[in-house]
Write a protein that binds this ligand. Structure first.
Ligand code: DWN
Ligand code: SAH
Length: 414
């Protein structure tokens, strides 16, 4: 089996060093591009390859589709689909309010604010806030709740506009969006202007260390241009006179890192931040061998999952998927798993239901369909919400059903 397909070297999006891919996942569709059958023939694909930059250590996609193909008025991910995430973001917001907003008339900016899952807390507390959310449909949900939101992509120009209209911000916050933005220099340049000298930048994204350790390669898809580490984030922010002053590991999305960043010299970097920089070197996140091993692990995971599903199918078992995640687009297309193996995927998001999964065209159904048509096995594509989903779906197990997980390895939960 040969999945690597090295193309000509490209330049690192962060430091302009030459980079080469360490893996190709093949042709990939838009991860959130759920579609109707009349659009199958027009579906867009791109070659998904990943590289590690040996100079700045940023792990990145070589190519990303145009941003408007991914983030638009039909964006399929609504943050409010998870109650656990609502609590998570409430706690995030509390942390910002309690520790960083003890100034007169504070101002908070969030990018990728989606349906307002985090920013709504600041609105409820009467704190001056602004969300930047380019996907009009999810932004509309936030606006309906009275959360100040502009339907625009954040970049340096928008940062200047925000400053001219509102002044500088005390806190710039973001979750699961910074890693989505290939024009990252414009983002960091914008943040360095927008944030006050004593202000704070706090954002979290899936953590490279977890992806490597758990072979959770499904965190790699069109929207995720980067897999961040503390070293790579510190590298780029340093170029704009800022530095990582603290970090906190999070359990969300299979393992994330929350970065706290300030203007250089204003705060003393915490022990956690300093230690993590060294720990990443010990983990080998700066070594090409780490990524060669990761590629081998991805190839094994792909073979194991397809074999398990094929064997179950041969035994006459019915298999469904649970959670039509963006991540599942990578799993299904890379592992070549289609409707012959997975009958349907159920999901609680109305915009995904009664459409087909990107690339492999597996029917997407609502949760009632799952309850009325329990399969023998359900692949938990939304494994990052395992606790929340498994606690709601106890009847599936009572009816003899079994969950299949593929992180950190392919296994059946007995
Ligand atoms: O980074 C991103 C994260 C924040 O969200 C985005 N690029 C896109 C998206 O990624 P994802 O689709 O992999 O996210 P989730 O949160 O793993 O998606 C869970 C899916 O499962 C959603 O479609 C909702 C669905 N779901 C469900 O049907 N029942 C979720 C829960 C909790 C449930 O109980
Ligand atoms: N913060 C939410 C949503 C994450 S999904 C959560 O963690 O659940 C990523 C979001 O970022 C999408 O809603 C997308 O429209 C938005 N986004 C993508 N590029 C952006 C940019 N340049 N500026 C602001 N938001 C952006």
């Amino acid at each position: 089996m040969k999945t690597i397909n090295i193309q000509k070297s490209k330049k690192c999006l962060i430091c302009n060093n030459d980079i080469n891919p360490f893996i190709s996942y093949g042709e990939m569709p838009i991860a959130n591009g759920f579609l109707n059958s009349d659009n199958f023939s027009k579906e867009y694909f791109f070659h998904m390859q990943v590289a590690h930059c040996t100079n700045c250590n940023m792990v990145q996609l070589l190519d990303t589709p145009d941003k408007d193909l991914m983030f638009n008025e039909n964006y399929a991910f609504f943050s409010g689909t998870s109650n656990v995430m609502k609590d998570h973001f409430k706690n995030f917001a509390f942390q910002v309010k309690n520790n960083y907003l003890n100034v007169e008339d504070p101002f908070v900016v969030e990018i990728g604010s989606n349906d307002g899952i985090m920013l709504g807390n600041f609105k409820d507390w009467g704190i001056r806030h602004l969300g930047c959310e380019p996907s009009a449909n999810v932004a509309h949900v936030a606006k309906e709740k009275g959360i100040n939101t502009i339907v625009e992509f954040f970049n340096e120009d928008l940062a200047k506009k925000i400053i001219s209209e509102n002044g500088q911000a005390d806190a710039f916050i973001a979750a699961n969006v910074m890693c989505h933005i290939p024009y990252f220099h414009s983002i960091v340049a914008g943040i360095s202007l927008l944030i006050k000298k004593t202000g704070i930048v706090i954002f979290e994204d899936p953590y490279l260390g977890d992806v490597i350790e758990k072979t959770s390669y499904d965190q790699i898809y069109d929207e995720h241009t980067f897999l961040f580490s503390v070293n790579s984030i510190n590298y780029i922010f340093n170029e704009y006179g800022m530095e990582v002053v603290h970090i906190e590991h999070q359990d969300t999305h299979g393992g994330s890192m929350r970065y706290f960043i300030g203007h250089k010299g204003v705060r003393v970097p915490s022990k956690e931040a300093v230690d993590q920089l060294a720990k990443e070197k010990k983990l080998g996140l700066d070594k090409p061998e780490t990524y060669t091993k990761f590629r081998e692990n991805c190839e094994k995971s792909k073979v194991d999952l397809k074999k398990l599903l094929t064997d179950l199918k041969i035994q006459g078992k019915r298999i469904a998927g649970y959670g039509a995640t963006s991540k599942s687009t990578t799993i299904l297309n890379y592992s070549d798993i289609g409707p012959d193996l997975i009958e349907y995927i159920c999901d609680n998001t109305p915009i995904k239901q009664d459409k087909f999964s990107p690339g492999k065209h597996i029917p997407i159904k609502n949760i009632e369909h799952f309850k009325e048509n329990y399969p023998d096995y359900a692949v938990l594509f939304a494994y990052n919400h395992a606790k929340e989903i498994m606690s709601k779906e106890t009847d599936f197990i009572k009816n003899g059903g079994k969950w299949i997980l593929f992180v950190p390895n392919v296994h059946i939960v007995n």
